[in-house]
Design a protein around this ligand. Structure first.
Ligand code: ME8
Length: 680
């Protein structure tokens, strides 16, 4: 198998930390890229970050840094985009940042090329702009007066701008969408044609003058290139189009597939092909629009406060378990509801129970009954190899199985496992990783059933009579496990390495070729029972831990120390002097019944009569630790009743916020200062 495969993810906005929804898209693309590498293809997998636009300019201003400093922190900084992809074992070959110099100058050339050919012209933009989506809309495209993508309010916009003649390409785009399989799943084609093409494609505003954080139009200072023209072009600039940074354009363009989320299908299936047509370049072979991961039925977004942190999940459950869950659970083209419970259940059922048990039972039995090595000659028979070859042949159906038990069990397992690669390939080629995984798990489940059918522990009771049969059963289990392991590698690369080590599968038994061959594993392979590949997770305990970890992370994301801003309104000196601050000594301090806030102080204020003050500080101090302390109080406030008790004055404390949590410190002064001393 050979050939080239160029696959891309969308390039991410580094305006906030990435969440599990972004991770879903990149993990899916990674599994598809790894699948093509497994098949022996030369793969170029591109991802990156889309760093321009008003949203980022605004966020940087809020954070008090330059836009470049802002994006640098999110892309390159600790737990940033690059760190996340490393953690998730993403095997991208290239990472583009749209602030990279070569991309910036290439965009200027691309823009000029379209201008020179007459496809970009100058006009006046009047319309609606959705700032969070960085999208322009016409009145008729709005949904209830709001952005049709995110539902947020839009702003009026009018300015001199450049336009791209999108309307000119309407017919060709319609043909591309309706008459080819350029865009999948098919349901997205109807969406595009009905919502955008049929109402009439209007020319697209492709420059802005109201902000500066973008790629300047070099022949007209003051204009910056519309962020989507800049972003979409990453797929060709990262190959070296119009730049000398890379030299892969001729080898890898057109792309085999752009994997994108459903809300950006419009940009990829209408605007991007039109831009390429204008540049006279071939079109990508496919755009696949996957669904969203939803939380409680809504799209994940930071603004809704329901972000699920992939770092926390990967650290708690393991990177491979998380990767697997995302692709096993949600049909790739549709939306799916994410929940921590579903994640844990999938790990327990599929990975710990089905796969984990198969591996640990098999390796343990080979250890127990054969000292970790099966006898030579126990492997696949000639007949079995023939059966497997018939099932593995393209379009090969399972022949009618005539064998009697127990050979019937062998034949069924072999037939199912031998045909697996073909079924898996078909699903992967249709961008249905969930179906590919389903096929693998049918074999895993069949293998577990095969253990019960053969009851090796019964065979082992009489090794002299049954030893050869038992060895053959063990071999079949190892071989079925190996084939599943090869096909699971694109999904869980790290764990499959460990699996192969346990079943003694060398490099040539981990290949695509070998996944289609029953009997590739040597019958005398050295088998070792290692640690459980996927330990079972206690649901309740893990949910509580997750909640605590998420609360901790939320807290850590808040500023370390915050103090209230100082008042700027002046107070005249005489007014200030009317406040009477005195040193007081705590004679007694008690909690107040039925209140978890108040403490009741009995104070010596130097007058000879005890003063009672109630203070809402029970959260920070225990009453007994305050007895004998020297504090400061304002003593000329009018009396106030709290919980039926009178308070005469107020104790003075300092307050600030630490990681979102309010902290309070009573002002304590030198014990040598006598009660009643006035503060001035
Ligand atoms: O759109 N479920 O960047 P982005 C599934 N910069 N996928 C999700 C998701 C969710 N809950 N949330 C986000 C952009 N995504 C542009 C792309 S490409 C030239 C420019 C997906 O960071 C989303 O659908 O907002 C998109 O495909 C990707 O994450 C990046 O989103």
């Amino acid at each position: 198998m050979s050939g080239r495969f160029y696959i891309t993810t969308p390039i991410y906005y580094p305006s906030d930390k990435l969440h599990i929804g972004h991770t879903y898209c990149t993990v899916a693309t990674d599994a598809i890229a790894r699948y093509h590498r497994l098949k022996g293809e030369e793969v170029l997998f591109l991802t990156g970050t889309d760093e321009h636009g008003q949203k980022i300019e605004d966020k940087a201003r809020e954070a008090g840094v330059t836009p470049k400093e802002f994006v640098d922190r999110i892309v390159e900084g600790e737990r940033g985009v690059k760190d996340l992809w490393k953690l998730m074992d993403i095997s991208n070959d290239r990472f583009i940042r749209t602030t990279d110099g070569y991309h910036v100058s290439a965009i200027q050339k691309i823009f000029k090329q379209m201008y020179d050919s007459g496809d970009i012209y100058k006009g006046t933009y009047k319309g609606k702009y959705c700032k969070p989506c960085e999208s322009f809309w016409t009145e008729s495209q709005l949904k209830d007066g709001c952005c049709p993508d995110c539902g947020r309010p839009v702003q009026d916009a009018e300015e001199e701008a450049y336009f791209f003649r999108l309307s000119k390409y309407a017919d060709r785009i319609r043909h591309l969408l309706e008459d080819t399989d350029f865009l999948e799943p098919r349901s997205r084609v109807h969406e595009m044609v009905n919502n955008f093409i049929k109402p009439g494609l209007e020319d697209l505003c492709v420059s802005r003058t109201s902000f500066t954080w973008g790629i300047p139009v070099d022949f007209d200072p003051g204009h910056v290139v519309y962020v989507w023209v800049d972003a979409l072009s990453n797929y060709i600039t990262a190959l070296g189009y119009d730049n000398d940074q890379y030299h892969d354009f001729d080898r890898f363009w057109p792309a085999d597939v752009h994997i994108v989320g459903k809300e950006i299908v419009r940009f990829h299936s209408i605007i991007w092909p039109a831009m390429l047509m204008s540049l006279g370049l071939p079109l990508p072979k496919k755009v696949f629009g996957h669904g969203w991961l939803l939380l409680d039925g809504g799209k994940m977004s930071k603004s809704k406060g329901n972000v699920v942190d992939p770092y926390i999940l990967a650290e708690m459950f393991g990177v491979d378990a998380l990767r697997f869950f995302l692709l096993r659970t949600f049909p790739f083209g549709s939306d799916g509801n994410f929940s921590n419970e579903a994640l844990i259940n999938t790990i327990n059922v599929d990975l710990a129970n089905d796969l984990g048990n198969l591996v640990s039972r098999t390796t343990a039995m080979v250890g127990k009954y054969f000292g970790g090595q099966l006898p030579a000659g126990c492997g696949a028979t000639g007949e079995e190899r023939e059966l497997a070859a018939a099932c593995a042949a393209p379009g090969g159906a399972v022949p009618f199985l005539t064998a009697a038990e127990p050979e019937k069990f062998d034949a069924e397992l072999i037939a199912l496992a031998a045909g697996l690669r073909g079924r898996y390939e078909q699903a992967m080629d249709q961008y249905a990783p969930h179906r590919a995984l389903d096929e693998v798990f049918q074999v895993i489940q069949r293998a577990n059933k095969y253990i019960d059918e053969n009851a090796p522990w019964v065979l082992a009771k009489d090794m002299e009579a049954n030893g050869a049969r038992l060895a053959h059963v063990m071999y079949d289990l190892l071989e079925a496990t190996r084939i599943c392991g090869v096909l699971l590698t694109p999904f869980m690369p790290g764990s499959m390495d460990r699996l192969f080590a346990q079943i003694g599968a060398p490099a040539d038994c981990r290949t695509w070729e070998s996944a289609g061959t029953w009997g590739a594993l040597a019958d005398t392979a050295a088998v070792t029972k290692g640690d459980n590949l996927f330990p079972r997770i206690d649901l309740d305990k893990a949910l509580a831990q997750l909640e605590a970890a998420e609360a901790e992370a939320r807290k850590a994301a808040l500023p370390a120390v915050e103090v209230e801003p100082q008042l700027t309104e002046p107070v005249d000196f005489d007014t200030f002097c009317k406040s009477d601050f005195r040193v007081v000594k705590v004679k007694d301090c008690q909690s107040v019944k039925k209140s978890n806030k108040l403490l009741r102080f009995t104070l010596d204020d130097g007058t000879g009569t005890d003063r009672q003050i109630l203070s809402g500080i029970a959260m920070w101090y225990k009453p007994e630790e305050l007895i004998g302390k020297t504090l400061v109080a304002i003593v000329n406030l009018p009396p106030r009743k709290m919980m039926g008790l009178e308070s005469n004055g107020m104790l003075i404390s300092a307050v600030h916020t630490e990681h979102g949590e309010e902290k309070l410190h009573l002002i304590m002064v030198d014990d040598a200062i006598p009660a009643g001393a006035k503060l001035c």
